[in-house]
Design a protein around this ligand. Sequence first.
Ligand code: FMN
Length: 154
Amino acid sequence: MPTSRTLHILVGTVTNTAEYVAQAIELDCADLVDHIEVRLMDDLGPSVFSAGALYIICTSTFGEGDVPDNARALYDALDRPGLRLDGVRYGVIALGDSVYPQTFCNGGRRFDERLASLGAQRVGERLCLDASTEREPEARGAAWCRTWLAEALA
Ligand SMILES: Cc1cc2nc3c(=O)[nH]c(=O)nc-3n(C[C@H](O)[C@H](O)[C@H](O)COP(=O)(O)O)c2cc1C
């Protein structure tokens, strides 16, 4: 069973920005935990979550405020009746674009709301990365994660 010294980053993406952010965290935050595992959400199910372990949901937003296609199966599977994720702790990096003000960063928001409804506990506030204004999403995500890990591991 993974310990809280492993950070699992689950990536939902279409055009790879979220994956680059996750990879930047993997490089930049390696000194803060024993291991960082970056996984695309494709083919993942709810069993990826373990009580006591630490996760970052790093996902963009597509369609009309929806999760990316590669995150759809996992997102839908988290709606399974009776599923509980008590003891799971997570953070959210939500990528979006403020040219879509009605649905800005909704992909991350949707995962956040679903995980919370299952009893998982969010650590810290969501980070929203706006494609219209954020020139260095990787650096911003890695800097956010260093602060976030300090809180998560305290
Ligand atoms: C067709 C399309 C639809 C999008 N819809 C939304 C949206 O509803 N809300 C939002 O905040 N961003 C939306 N975006 C912006 C993406 O989420 C943003 O560009 C993000 O950085 C892409 O990350 P990715 O490369 O990891 O997929 C959309 C982008 C495209 C191309």
